[in-house]
Ligand binder design. Structure first.
Ligand code: DX5
Ligand code: ZN
Length: 220
């Protein structure tokens, strides 16, 4: 049984206060800090790059869960390793040799994650299940926070949970996009154990209460 982990997404924080927001998320009881890197090419938005990750690293001991929404993750992932990432997740849809990138991330001492966009079938991840520490199932089309949860993506979470149980894999199953108390409960039912929360964390006045609610510890 994998632990339930809450990963506040820094994309939803006040960008003028990265350090304070990361520290507050850690204090509030979050487990990982989810860091969304967007290149304006793979997705229609630009967020931040390795220098921001390195700056965050100086302010927090939080595990940094770096989600690369970029076209050439093979070219850029070493810079995120150097910046202090703990886990690096790449998209199966990006332009790279997926197996080689995953192996490179692990060889660099980081956890390797693979991500599926909503239109991408579970079968696209199947060849790589023995190479990953995390399977990230997008529950919105990536690029922006605050979008509506796409329930139809949960069948991929169930498929991943099924393969994990029957074939002895131990990868985390993470969901990202539109996660709130209700949708986290649905995703948990499907087998997810890591819950990325942007709006439903940084959009709340009481971060600690938000973490407890997402974890299912209390109502609110
Ligand atoms: C979306 C990003 C998400 C985003 C989630 O492209 O990958 O991590 O921060 O934001 P919410 O939780 O607001 O849907
Ligand atoms: Zn993300």
């Amino acid at each position: 049984m994998l632990p339930t982990l809450i990963a506040p997404s820094i994309l939803a924080c006040d960008f003028a206060r990265f350090g304070e927001e990361a520290a507050a998320a850690e204090q509030a009881g979050g487990d990982w800090l989810h860091v969304d890197v967007m290149d304006g090419h793979f997705v229609d938005n630009i967020s931040f790059g390795p220098d921001v990750v390195a700056a965050l690293r100086k302010h927090t001991k939080f595990p940094l869960d770096v989600h690369l929404m970029i076209s050439r993750p093979d070219h850029y992932f070493p810079r995120f390793v150097d910046a202090g990432a703990d886990r690096i997740t790449v998209h199966v849809e990006a332009q790279h040799d997926v197996s080689k990138t995953l192996a490179g991330i692990r060889a660099a001492g980081c956890g390797a994650g693979l991500c599926l966009n909503p239109p991408t079938p579970f079968s696209a991840a199947e060849p790589f299940l023995d190479q990953i520490d995390l399977l990230l199932v997008m529950t919105v089309n990536p690029g922006f926070g605050g979008q509506k949860f796409m329930r139809e993506c949960l069948s991929k979470v169930s498929a991943g949970a099924d393969r994990r149980m029957h074939e002895g894999f131990s990868f985390h199953l993470e969901v990202d996009g539109g996660i709130n108390v209700e949708t986290a409960a649905e995703a948990r039912q499907a087998g997810a154990n890591v819950f990325v929360a942007g709006t439903s964390f940084f959009g709340k006045a009481d971060y600690a209460a938000a973490v407890r609610a997402l974890r299912g510890d209390s109502i609110g």
